[in-house]
Design a protein around this ligand. Structure first.
Ligand SMILES: [Zn+2]
Length: 284
């Protein structure tokens, strides 16, 4: 059953056909009986508006997508979500590849990149390697959060922090939708800019989006959603690290102080960006 995206009251229908009345509109949005606002204004909005509000982490847009549009009977995936998943994976491959290649640059003065043996392989082999790397780490990310939210053996459920959520595919849908912020630097193809820094800021932006989406879908507290997102990110990072280490690309030394400083800077940058946007929204 759809809900009002403003106050979450269940409603029978989000819009009615306006044909036949004199308003000239083809559909009429339902007004919520509880809060008096339109139940779901996004019904009339196009994808660009949705995407911008998604990047701005507006709870209403998540309620629209997760409760009113993408929910399928029997917890099936919406076909558009499968496509989004593939797109995100391919984009992830590009970002990861660019980041690792750039990271291994400074030591290439000797003419030997730390990408080492991998760099000497055919390009198709390199691509496949990064494809598998990203696919497996994304799988770990989804699997861990699905387990924590939906399994009866989940420590969070057992501890009473979270009611068991019986729709694991909806959890994946929420994660995919909220990760679409990753597609933002598609502009990178046009503007050349600092890839590692961009990847870092994006990483934080995606975590913030993941937390909001999980909170709205599972109807839980912020700290529970944050724990879920952080554990999922940790599972993804560990998996990626294990794979990279097994081919001699990852070592603990690669996480240096400058990395942590850069992470902090990226997080701060994202925070400033969010505050700026919030200010603009309040002013406008
Ligand atoms: Zn309402």
């Amino acid at each position: 059953m759809p809900i009002c995206i403003e106050c979450r009251t269940p409603v029978s229908t989000l819009w009615r056909s306006g044909a036949g009345d004199n308003s000239g509109h083809s559909i009429r949005l339902t007004v919520c009986r509880n809060c008096g606002r339109f139940c779901d204004k996004y019904v009339e909005h196009d994808f660009v508006v949705l995407f911008i509000d998604l990047v701005l982490i507006k709870p209403q847009v998540y309620r629209h997508l997760l409760h009113n549009t993408l929910m399928r009977d029997g917890d099936r995936f919406d076909p558009s979500i499968v496509r989004l998943g593939v797109l995100l994976l391919l984009f992830d491959v590009y970002l990861t590849w660019a980041r690792i290649e750039k990271k291994s640059m400074p030591e290439s003065e000797t003419g030997q990149s730390t990408l080492g043996q991998l760099a000497q392989q055919p390009i198709v082999f390199q691509y496949l390697f990064f494809l598998i790397l990203c696919a497996v780490s994304t799988f770990a990310f989804h699997a861990s959060i699905r387990f924590l939210a939906s399994s009866r053996y989940s420590p969070l459920v057992l501890a009473g922090l979270l009611p068991r959520f019986s729709r694991p595919n909806s959890v994946s849908t929420a994660l995919l939708v909220s990760s679409s912020t990753k597609l933002f630097p598609i502009l990178m193809v046009i503007w050349e800019y600092d890839v590692p820094a961009a990847a870092r800021s994006l990483g934080w932006a995606v975590v913030a989006n993941n937390v909001e989406a999980l909170r709205i879908l599972l109807d839980c507290r912020y700290y529970t959603a944050t724990i879920l997102a952080i554990l999922g990110a940790a599972a993804r990072w560990m998996t990626g690290w294990l794979i990279l280490t097994s081919v001699g690309l990852g070592d603990w030394n690669s996480i240096t102080e400058s990395d942590i400083a850069a992470d902090g800077k990226a997080f701060w940058g994202y925070l400033m960006y969010a505050v700026q946007w919030a200010g603009r929204l309040v002013a406008g």
